[in-house]
Design a protein around this ligand. Structure first.
Ligand code: FES
Length: 246
């Protein structure tokens, strides 16, 4: 981690306020759950979709609507790493520095971006366009080293390609993710989806790339199949049957 870097100042006067519309949408989320407090996680994403982080006003709103104390809401917001304590950039860049990505170049990518952008872990550039974060494993090890921007995958990165990626994002023209949708949304747009307001792009692009399917392809070439379950059911047969019937 890069705790030695001083925190960049944040201009909180530019943060949009939470509105009556935010409160109405929070109630819409609450209505989806049998128990109101179950709505807290998507509500925090809703706050981030407006303000780019979990603000004191956002904690107050969640507390008022759910009948929780501000301490209880704050405890949840500070437990999970997807909730930001300072405003994220328009493009929130997460570099996987977990073991596999780290040894294949993730540490070098993070160090390069830190120097290139002049910011450290959990900091945002002064123009508000890019924030940077160490990420734990993204379950995309077969594409290591992986960078995520607003939770979309950029696979098989290098320090050079990652610098090009953030430069394009700062210029307002980020490339499309390697997998998933054909264009990259902003951090706030992504947060709105996580709050439970879909943008219709969830099924765009391949869910699994060639590297993830290599073992399956090899098994098919060799005619290999998994042994049946004790009850005689063949693994994958139900899924295949559902696909055939669709
Ligand atoms: S270690 Fe980076 S995606 Fe798994």
């Amino acid at each position: 981690m890069d705790l030695e870097m001083p925190q960049a100042p944040v201009d909180y006067s530019t943060i949009p306020p939470l509105t009556e519309q935010t409160r109405l949408e929070a109630r819409e989320i609450i209505a989806r759950y049998p128990k109101a407090r179950s709505a807290l996680l998507p509500m925090l994403h809703l706050v981030q979709s407006v303000q780019g982080y979990v603000s004191p006003d956002g904690i107050r709103l969640c507390s008022e609507e759910l009948g929780l104390t501000k301490a209880e809401v704050g405890a949840v917001a500070t437990f999970y790493t997807m909730y930001r304590r300072r405003p994220a950039g328009t493009y929130h860049v997460g570099v996987c520095t977990n073991t596999l990505c780290a040894v294949l170049g993730g540490d070098a990518i993070f160090s390069s971006l830190k120097d290139h952008l002049g910011i450290g872990h959990n900091e945002t550039t002064a123009d508000g366009t890019v924030s940077l974060e160490h990420l734990e494993c993204n379950a995309a090890c077969d594409f290591a080293p992986v960078v995520m921007v607003n939770w979309e995958f950029y696979d098989n990165q290098t320090p050079s390609s990652a610098r090009d990626l953030v430069d394009a994002a700062r210029a307002g023209n980020p490339p499309a993710p390697t997998r998933g949708p054909s264009r990259l949304c902003t951090f706030k747009q992504a947060e709105r989806v996580l709050a439970g307001f879909p943008d219709g792009l969830a099924n765009e692009g391949p869910a699994a790339g060639p590297a993830s399917l290599a073992g399956l392809e090899l098994a098919r070439e060799r005619g290999e199949t998994a042994p049946p379950f004790p009850d005689g059911t063949v693994p994958g047969a139900v899924v295949q049957q559902q696909k055939d019937e669709a």
